[in-house]
Write a protein of this length. Structure first.
Length: 65
């Protein structure tokens, strides 16, 4: 999809330098993918410690019995 964006040139250049990515398109795609990944991780963290009732022996589950 083609889109025209008004992005700060210094910000894009810094991102390209930090990631060693050579094209503006790829650095923007990478940034969007990373933003989505971090958002999904944040959503998963909301569930941390909420499963109280699992009676699972990890050694058995992993075949270490």
């Amino acid at each position: 999809m083609r889109t025209t964006l008004d992005l700060p040139e210094d910000l894009v250049a810094e991102a390209m330098k930090a990631t060693h990515i050579r094209t503006k398109t790829k650095v923007i795609i990478t940034a969007l993918e990373e933003l989505i990944r971090k958002s999904k991780i944040a959503e998963l963290k909301q569930f941390k410690g909420t499963v109280d009732d699992l009676n699972i022996d990890l050694n058995v589950l992993r075949g270490r019995s």
